[in-house]
Structure formats: structure tokens, C-alpha cells
Design a protein around this ligand. Structure first.
Ligand SMILES: Cc1cc2nc3c(=O)[nH]c(=O)nc-3n(C[C@H](O)[C@H](O)[C@H](O)COP(=O)(O)O)c2cc1C
Length: 233
């Protein structure tokens, strides 16, 4: 059986376009392979504690030139934070492919997604100092943006989330990443963007089509591989 790890980070449980596009990809894989295990981590609705990263970092003395604390020296908060990091790492290692759905907030990465990445990087198996244990695995990043930031737009270059996420997923973790973007998602609700509604609809349609295609391609890849063979539904 094949397994996808899925991260959702929209603060909206309802009406989220990053969730909708990610679901299109997930559904496309499931339709093809029949059975699909999905490990879900929804940091948008169930955020990780904002303090966990600092506790884990301090317990492990990361970024400073001193030894990690021995087990008996760790505070309860540090022990809890490290255990959470271990859970996150185990979830990642248990998957064959990754689906990350991340909105653009305030021109940057969702703080909930960043808290998840930062805590994961404290885990020794996902440290930036060791070879990535998930290098080469397929991954899909669905980015949703209220505006548009492409070449020639007034805010070209203001999306500081997508380049950073690519740096982590592609360069640090070595994932084989496909980017799926949906833009102008605020056009339907912001009267000042009314003239952009057709473009927004086109962007959404393209994102769903790209997600469906990506899901079908992943399923094909899996079905061609004996390690992933499963019985179609
Ligand atoms: C607090 C907040 C800040 C946002 N900041 C930006 C922004 O800087 N740039 C942008 O293009 N859209 C911004 N948006 C819009 C979201 O990116 C957009 O609504 C996106 O579709 C959210 O993802 P979702 O549809 O999966 O919920 C912001 C939305 C919220 C709630």
C-alpha cells in the first residue's frame, strides 16, 4: 500500500483553495491506485505549540557550541517538544510521497507551516547537517495566494514564502518537488479585484487540472513499481 503524508496549513477549514486543490491531487491518486493511506497533519486548524521549537532547540543545544542536554537534565517542556518532533519525523519517514498545502500570509510563509518545518529540523534525522532520509521522494507543494506576484505584476517578488519553501523541500530535504500554484483567490471577495475574477477562475481551474494530472502521474509511477502495487478498488 502506498502512503502520502499531507500537510494542511490554511487557517480556514472551509473555503480553503489550497485544501481543495490538494484534495484534487489526493483524490486523483486514490482513484487510480484504489487504496491509499494518508497521514494527515493539519497545522492550520490544529497548530503545533509555538514554543515547541525553542524548547527542542535548547534541549539539543542547536546553533550553539555546547553539548545537548542529557535526558535527566531536560525540562518537562523540552522533553515534550522533543517527543513531538520525533512524532513529526516518524510521520514523514512513513510516507512514500508528500503533499504540502500552504497559503501565502502577509507576503510570507504561514507561521503554522514554519513552526512545523522548524520543529522537524530539530529532529536529528531531519537536521540540516545530515543527508536527508527522504531525498528523491515525490512531493507536491500547493501554494494559494490572494494576489498575483508573477513577472510584471506590481508586487513581483513579494511572495517570500514559495522560494523559502522550495529551499527547504528541494535543497534541504532533497524532495522531487512539483509546484502547483493558485493565484488571485481574493478576487471573488475583494471588490477592488472584481476585474480579475476571470483570471482568478482560470488560475483555479489550472491548479485543479495540474493537481489531477500530478496525482494521476504519481499513481502511474506507483502502479508500475512492484513495491507499491495494490489492488484497484
Ligand atoms: C491574515 C491573512 C494575510 C494574507 N496575506 C496575503 C498576502 O500577503 N498576499 C496574498 O497574496 N494573499 C494574502 N492572503 C490571502 C490568502 O493567501 C488567500 O486567501 C489564500 O487563498 C489562503 O489560502 P486558502 O484559500 O487555502 O485558505 C492573506 C490572508 C490572510 C487571512
Amino acid at each position: 500500500m502506498s502512503t502520502i503524508f499531507r500537510l494542511d496549513s490554511s487557517i480556514r477549514a472551509v473555503g480553503s483553495q489550497s485544501r481543495a486543490v490538494a484534495s484534487t491531487l489526493e483524490d486523483a491518486v486514490r482513484e487510480q491506485v484504489g487504496q491509499l493511506d494518508v497521514i494527515r497533519r493539519d497545522v492550520g486548524v490544529f497548530p503545533l505549540p509555538a514554543t515547541a521549537w525553542a524548547f527542542a532547540t535548547q534541549a539539543l543545544a542547536l546553533g550553539v557550541h555546547s553539548a545537548p542536554k542529557a535526558r535527566g537534565e531536560r525540562t518537562a517542556d523540552e522533553t515534550t517538544a522533543m517527543a513531538l518532533a520525533t512524532d513529526l519525523a516518524d510521520e514523514m519517514l512513513a510516507a512514500d510521497a508528500y503533499l504540502f498545502a500552504v497559503p501565502l500570509y502577509n507576503y510570507g510563509v504561514s507561521q503554522h507551516a514554519k513552526a512545523w518545518i522548524d520543529l522537524l529540523i530539530t529532529e536529528p534525522r531531519f537536521s540540516v547537517k545530515v543527508p536527508s532520509p527522504i531525498a528523491g521522494r515525490p512531493a507536491y507543494l500547493v501554494v494559494a495566494r490572494g494576489g498575483a506576484y508573477g513577472p510584471g505584476t506590481p508586487r513581483e517578488g513579494w511572495d517570500h514564502a514559495t522560494p523559502w519553501l522550495r529551499r527547504i523541500f528541494e535543497d534541504v530535504w532533497g524532495l522531487n518537488l512539483t509546484l502547483i500554484e493558485v493565484e488571485l483567490t481574493l478576487a471573488d471577495v475583494n471588490p477592488e479585484m472584481a476585474s480579475l475574477r476571470d483570471l482568478a477562475a482560470a488560475s483555479l481551474g489550472q491548479a485543479h487540472a495540474a493537481a489531477r494530472h500530478a496525482g494521476e502521474q504519481l499513481a502511474k509511477q506507483w502502479m508500475a513499481s512492484p513495491a507499491h502495487a495494490s489492488t484497484p478498488a
